[in-house]
Design a protein around this ligand. Structure first.
Ligand SMILES: O=C(O)CCC(=O)C(=O)O
Ligand SMILES: [Fe+2]
Length: 255
């Protein structure tokens, strides 16, 4: 049986008109809701349905942590700074276990963050520090990737982290309990069923229409639902290497 999309948004609305709604003191730019009327939806619902929501800082002086706190509760993750700076680096400059180390200034493939963790971060906020609007953040809803898979396949298709995180064998599923995960390199298939599922996912991603988001000024932010959508980044031309984003992981978002 195909997995039940809880709130499947009509495909045509994915690239529909933006609307701006007010959340606290900030302007939130969301999408026309699946219900069609542009009705106000809970931020968590909007994130689950669309995968992301654009948000704006009040001023350039507002710190990324302050913005993030308005929208949710900041994750405390051992070994991960509350605010991480995302700076384009060449393969030589970046750590080999990071996307920068593998892809350098090239396109980052669609993925979910920390897909090799047992429970990956729930949400994250990206804030523009130095804009380079030519470089886009890409988003693809998990329904476009897993929506046609049946529950049994998703249960049987087991993956593991490419590198053991500890001595235990961790089995990971790509879609479980409403939570998606995907990474083309950091998780590897264990079962035959997983090898086949991986191929289908790669094919779907190849032909999918991703949403392209650009962050144009230091007020621009995006909140992404890391359990509902995959994301990536276009390549960084040499004239755009000044692009800097800040990222904050969130455990929850405010209603
Ligand atoms: O730079 C971006 O827009 C996204 C980068 C990203 O997904 C990552 O570093 O994990
Ligand atoms: Fe990412």
């Amino acid at each position: 049986m195909p997995i039940q999309p809880v709130h499947r948004i009509a495909a045509g609305l994915r690239i529909g008109k933006s609307r701006t709604v007010s959340v606290g003191r900030l302007a939130v730019t969301g999408r026309v809701s699946a219900q069609g009327g542009g009705s106000l939806k809970d931020l968590a619902d909007e994130l689950r349905d669309v995968g992301y929501v654009r948000v704006k800082a009040v001023s350039e002086d507002e710190t990324t942590l302050e913005i993030a706190r308005r929208f949710g509760s900041i994750s405390v993750i051992s070994g991960v700074a509350p605010v991480q700076e995302l700076i384009p680096r060449s393969v030589e400059q970046a750590s080999t276990s990071s996307y920068g180390g593998m892809y350098g200034l090239g396109q980052f493939p669609l993925h979910t963050d920390m897909a090799h963790w047992h429970v990956p971060p729930r949400y994250f906020l990206l804030r523009c520090m130095h804009p380079a609007p030519e470089v886009k953040t890409l988003v693809l809803h998990s329904q476009d990737v897993f929506g046609d898979e049946d529950e049994i396949t998703l249960r049987r298709a087991l993956f593991r982290p490419r590198r053991r995180l500890d001595s235990r064998l961790t089995c990971l599923r790509l879609y479980e309990n409403g939570r998606c995960r995907w990474d083309p390199v950091f998780i590897v298939p264990i079962t035959n069923c997983a090898v086949e599922l991986r191929q289908r996912v790669l094919r779907r991603i190849e032909s999918a229409r991703t949403v392209e988001l650009s962050l144009e000024d230091p007020l621009d932010c995006i909140v992404l639902d890391n359990w509902s959508a995959l994301h990536g980044r276009t390549d960084v031309p040499s004239k755009c290497t000044h692009r800097i984003l800040e990222r904050v992981y969130l455990d929850s978002v405010k209603p």
